[in-house]
Design a protein around this ligand. Structure first.
Ligand code: FES
Ligand SMILES: [Fe+2]
Length: 406
């Protein structure tokens, strides 16, 4: 890790922050300098709540999957009592990685180096030929882990910011969509050759939707605020209310001054007439989820928690978006598609239809974000102004500067 507080770096950062024009995209080094990237990871990703996946990925005791981020590795494991823990994937003997596979099932984790054995709670159970060495404090370390409406959140910090605001928003939104009783129908990963902030900025505005996403814009009202978003959003709320479902909008992201809580935002947008979900023709894709009893000319709800976890909910399916920084100019975008746990593939839904919209949209996003990075890398790039449809992006940039400058 680069020197977080070394004097030359601190001076460089301070200089950049004071040169940064207000209300504009960030100065070039913020989008590619490797020292700044390391600083971002220490100041943001190691301190905020991150969605690691969905509980249905580990349904039975002993099921686990690995979650790797910027040199750290966790084992998300379901213990014998059904609880989910985030075990640190570092052996307490001499530090080997314990699990090398991406996922697995076992009631015992065996370190491949000298064979120390841990149980599904990370407790050390066997360590042969260690004589009278005290092994009472040699269990696998854990980091904070919370499961909310089926979403597994982790936080690497010893004393994490609160998640209570996020929890109440997730319960009143994704809870109604039945995400706790969902299953992952498909997973896809898109590697984006761009800094993580260009990816997050892109997902906080729909200014780009008209030129980049004709498939999305055909049915979703998000890209037309100047015409009738207010009415359409109101319409979305009414459509939900007609089914007895009230999903309130919240905007507590970025956390800003109340920085002892993770940021969270939730909004409902309408979909145009004839469209009940995010599909190619607007027609249903899968059985209804949660409290929904009818398909109707529809709406969708989107929620974001922290710096890199985004959720989209339709009445019949859900989409989890996670951005995993891999380097100063590389980010993996991982998507999980959810359907009701009882839905059967090939009978109740077809994967190719289910993923069509957000696959085509993600491929387009990868292209435009990579183009953004290429232009930002030019010697001729200068920060440009955020517009009316980029208010969330503007706030994200301001929050980011506050976080790294603190
Ligand atoms: S490092 Fe794991 S058993 Fe030795
Ligand atoms: Fe997009």
């Amino acid at each position: 890790m680069a020197t977080d507080s070394g004097a030359p770096f601190a001076q460089k950062l301070e200089g950049l922050i004071s040169d940064q024009p207000a209300g504009s995209s960030l100065l070039q080094p913020f989008y590619g300098d490797s020292e700044i990237f390391e600083h971002d990871m220490a100041r943001i990703h190691m301190r905020r709540w991150l969605c690691a996946g969905h509980a249905s990925q580990i349904p039975k005791p002993g099921d686990w999957f690995r979650y790797d981020l910027i040199g750290e590795s966790l084992i998300l494991m379901r213990g014998s009592e059904g609880e989910v823990r985030a075990l640190v994937n570092v052996c307490r003997h001499r530090g080997s990685v314990v699990c090398s596979a991406a996922s697995g099932h076992s009631n015992r984790l065996v370190c491949p180096y000298h064979g120390w054995v841990y149980d599904s709670a990370g407790k050390l159970r066997q360590a042969r030929n260690m004589g009278d060495v005290d092994l009472s404090d040699r269990d696998l370390a854990t980091v904070s882990c919370r499961v909310i409406e089926g979403l597994i959140f982790v936080n690497f910090a010893p004393d994490p910011v609160g998640l209570d605001h996020a929890e109440s928003v997730l319960k009143q939104s994704l809870g109604r969509f039945g995400w706790a009783n969902a299953k992952v129908a498909h997973r896809a990963e898109y590697t984006v050759s761009a800094n993580w902030k260009l990816v997050t900025e892109n997902y906080q505005e729909c200014y780009h939707c008209r030129p980049a996403h004709p498939e999305f814009s055909r049915f979703h009202s998000t890209e037309r605020p100047e015409e009738k978003t207010v009415d359409l959003r109101q319409g979305a709320a009414e459509l939900a209310a007609a089914q007895g479902i009230k999903i309130e909008e919240w905007d507590m992201w970025p956390a800003g001054k109340d920085d002892d809580q993770e940021g969270v935002a939730c909004a409902n947008d309408a979909m145009y007439e004839g469209s009940v979900t995010g599909s190619q023709q607007g027609d249903p894709l899968a059985p209804l989820m949660g409290d929904f009893r009818d398909y109707c000319d529809g709406f969708f709800t989107y929620v974001e928690v922290g710096p890199s976890s985004f959720f989209l909910a339709y009445p019949d399916h859900g989409v989890i978006y996670r951005f995993l920084p891999r380097g100063a100019q590389r980010t993996d975008m991982e998507i999980l598609w959810l359907v009701d746990a009882k839905a059967e593939e090939g009978v109740d839904y077809r994967v190719e239809d289910l993923i069509w919209l957000w696959d085509v949209t993600s491929i387009a996003d990868k292209r435009i974000i990579e183009n953004n990075q290429k232009g930002v890398n030019s010697r001729f790039y200068v920060p440009g102004p955020y517009g009316l449809m980029e208010d969330m992006t503007r706030r994200f940039a301001a929050w980011y500067l506050e976080q790294v400058g603190a």
